[in-house]
Ligand binder design. Structure first.
Ligand SMILES: NC(=O)c1ccc[n+]([C@@H]2O[C@H](COP(=O)([O-])OP(=O)(O)OC[C@H]3O[C@@H](n4cnc5c(N)ncnc54)[C@H](OP(=O)(O)O)[C@@H]3O)[C@@H](O)[C@H]2O)c1
Length: 215
């Protein structure tokens, strides 16, 4: 049984944990306050799920999801994630995260920041543009008509294949936006950020996205 490690157990982390357990994965889930604060969630998730520290989740996961307020990304453990596929769900909200100059001037993107923090990991951006609640309501079997699609971006093709397979298991088609540096096309306030979209619609949204400075 493959294990998904979760760093972050909030709206998105708990929902990805539910999808993981429902699809036969083991789960080690963590937050900032400690495993003892996750007992109700772990009880709900059942025998395949355990709470741990972020370090334990990072070590245990075959795939690890980072789903925390972006301002805390430097606290993500580095060494245990070396060589692993790391899914990044994070978005930049200056009112929550404080101002990050290289994001304000658009010289980089959120997932490139995480990749720079985790130089030996294979970071794939995913799950950043869907409302948490919809993760467990909008999934459909493969080949369903009008199946909802989600965007990925990443620099490692094999890691992107792994995440595409995971998304398919979770009930979603995938649209590949390209390398991490293209992840801005699905950042906050772009056309594809939030609404339910098929793959075809999402490709149009990515093409129509504009940099903040160009609006
Ligand atoms: N909510 C959405 O619909 C949605 C959709 C797409 C993407 N996102 C993005 O995904 C990320 C997570 O969003 P969310 O809504 O799930 O946030 P959230 O509900 O506020 O949960 C954040 C989680 O991160 C944990 N955390 C904070 N700092 C940590 C650290 N240093 N190490 C380990 N865990 C830490 C928190 O633990 P404690 O509670 O113990 O502090 C909490 O479990 C954000 O970047 C957000 O912008 C959110």
């Amino acid at each position: 049984m493959a294990t998904i490690g979760l760093i972050g157990a909030g709206h998105i982390g708990s929902q990805i944990a539910r999808l993981a357990v429902a699809n036969g994965y083991g789960v080690v889930i963590s937050n900032s306050r400690g495993p003892q604060t996750l007992s109700a969630l772990v009880k709900e998730l059942g025998a395949r799920a355990h709470a741990g520290t972020p370090l334990e989740a990072a070590k245990a996961g075959d795939i690890v999801v980072v789903t925390i307020p972006l301002k805390n990304y430097r606290q993500v453990p580095v060494e245990p994630l070396a060589g692993k596929v790391v899914i990044d769900t994070n978005n930049y909200y200056p009112e929550r995260d404080g101002h990050i100059p290289e994001l304000d001037n658009e010289s980089t993107t959120t997932s490139e920041l995480l990749q720079a923090h985790l130089p030996r990991s294979k970071v794939v951006k995913a799950f950043n543009h869907i409302h948490a609640a919809e993760l467990t309501t909008d999934g459909r079997p493969a080949n369903s008509k009008n199946r909802r699609a989600l965007v990925i971006a990443g620099d490692d093709p094999a890691a992107k294949e792994t995440v595409t397979h995971l998304l398919d298991q979770f009930g979603f088609d995938t649209v590949d936006a390209g390398p991490l540096e293209e992840g801005w096309r699905i950042q906050r306030d772009t056309p594809g950020y939030g609404p339910r979209r098929t793959a075809e619609e999402l490709r149009r949204d990515l093409a129509a996205a504009r940099r903040y400075a160009d609006r």
